[in-house]
Design a binder for this molecule. Structure first.
Ligand SMILES: *Cc1c(COP(=O)(O)O)cnc(C)c1O
Length: 403
């Protein structure tokens, strides 16, 4: 008989909620023992995991008040979309110099309806959660850690990501640390685990969504997001919440997905240590090669042990678009897709620091699609173009906006 670590762990399949399968024993044991967690809900992604976390948060207050969740403004839009699907109103809090929530910014967005706070360990940077956790506990607010970009990472005090919040969500989908598909909601405390098990087993069936429709919807969603983002960056619009909120429900089903393949996660899990090491090595190369440029290098990955993307903040925000364009023209991925979410969902939740962050951040690749040579060449392309811009002379690719 296989002794399962998490009593009450379950998996969302197309046919409903089942006991967690034996194939997931190892990841389950590792996550639970690392975080001191109680049980896991395996599902299709961090978005689906958040949906169930929000449902738990809703049960906390009086049912008459419209519940709210506080999210960092520098977040993946999934966090806010899923909140609306779960019947929770997303509110957006400002961030620190690394793009993450602080106790002060959370407090500034608190209302009597606040039921949950989601802390994202952004790009693999992590932060001390003790003060936020203590504050949330005093107000019976559910603290959810989002480890989608920080799988296997450590907090500054050396404890694992996921070991402080009431719950933690994970993603194993494309572009994350492991890309085998799926996600998880970890219930850390016994009371959250019990509420989760009752809630998940009583949950309505997942929507039927065939792969072709799902892919077409996902593409449409990306296009919509990119199109709005360009308008924001170009200063053509300041907010788009009317347009966005009107069409947003068309994508709801995308966010509620079953766990696709437990065996794939089981296989990928055994390679996690190696994957993290390879990412660290590439991040280290960027660090050396980009030192002294017209930017600030985010280095939280050095202590957390996990680098999702290597990130830097340009000193001159007006250089971001032309510089990315020049580097892209030479064949290197660079991205900067984190436009502050309040512009899409709730323009009144002003977040000036998140705004400044979004206008300056550049993400560089460290995943398995690139090797050390690629990293070196990408860093050199970036340095060359940045130098040409500050010298202002004879650049092969003059830094004019090419949008
Ligand atoms: C990608 C991402 C999500 C959503 O993950 P899915 O598995 O695609 O639902 C949530 N939070 C963060 C921080 C992410 O990067």
């Amino acid at each position: 008989v296989v002794q399962r670590h998490g009593v009450g762990s379950v998996i969302l399949t197309r046919d409903g909620v089942r006991d967690s399968p034996a194939a997931l024993l190892h990841p389950e044991r590792d996550l639970l023992s690392g975080t001191g967690g109680s049980s896991i809900l395996w599902c299709g992604g961090a978005g689906t995991a958040l949906y169930w976390a929000y449902r738990l948060a809703r049960r906390r207050g009086s049912s008459r008040a419209e519940p709210e969740v506080i999210l960092p403004a520098t977040a993946c839009a999934t966090l806010a979309n899923v909140a609306l699907v779960a019947g929770v109103t997303p509110r957006f809090a400002d961030v620190d110099a690394a793009g993450m929530l602080t106790l002060e910014t959370v407090q500034a967005r608190w209302t009597p309806r606040t039921r949950a706070v989601v802390f994202i360990h952004l790009f693999g940077n992590t932060d001390e959660l003790g003060p936020i956790a203590a504050w949330c506990a005093r107000r019976d607010i559910l603290l959810i850690e989002d480890a989608a970009q920080a799988l296997g990472g450590l907090l500054p005090d050396g404890s694992p990501v996921g070991s402080v919040g009431d719950a933690c969500v994970y993603s194993f989908n494309r572009t994350k640390i492991l890309e085998c598909g799926g996600g998880a909601l970890l219930a850390r405390t016994a009371s959250v685990a019990q509420a989760l098990e009752e809630n998940a087993r009583a949950a309505p069936k997942l929507p039927e969504l065939d792969d072709r429709t799902a892919n077409a919807l996902a593409l449409s969603y990306r296009n919509l997001h990119h199109a709005l983002l360009s308008l924001f960056r170009l200063g053509r619009i300041a907010a788009a919440s009317d347009v966005f909120l009107a069409v947003r429900p068309a994508y709801d089903e995308l966010h509620l997905r079953p766990m696709p393949d437990p065996d794939a996660l089981s296989r990928a899990w055994s390679a996690l240590g190696r994957v993290l090491d390879e990412r660290q090595a590439k991040a280290g190369r960027y660090m050396t090669r980009l030192a002294g440029g017209p930017w600030r290098l985010l280095n939280g990955w050095e202590s957390s042990g996990v680098c999702w993307r290597f990130s830097l903040l340009l000193e001159a925000p007006d250089r971001l678009l032309p510089l990315s364009e020049c580097v892209r023209e030479e064949g290197f991925h660079v991205s900067n897709l984190y436009w502050p979410l309040h512009h899409f969902f709730r323009p009144g939740d002003a977040c000036p620091a998140a705004e400044a962050f979004a206008r300056r951040v550049v993400n560089l690749w460290v995943d398995a699609s690139v090797d050390a040579q690629w990293v070196d060449a990408c860093a050199s392309s970036l340095s060359r173009h940045a130098m040409a811009a500050s010298g202002g002379m004879h650049s092969e690719h003059p830094l004019q906006a090419t949008v």
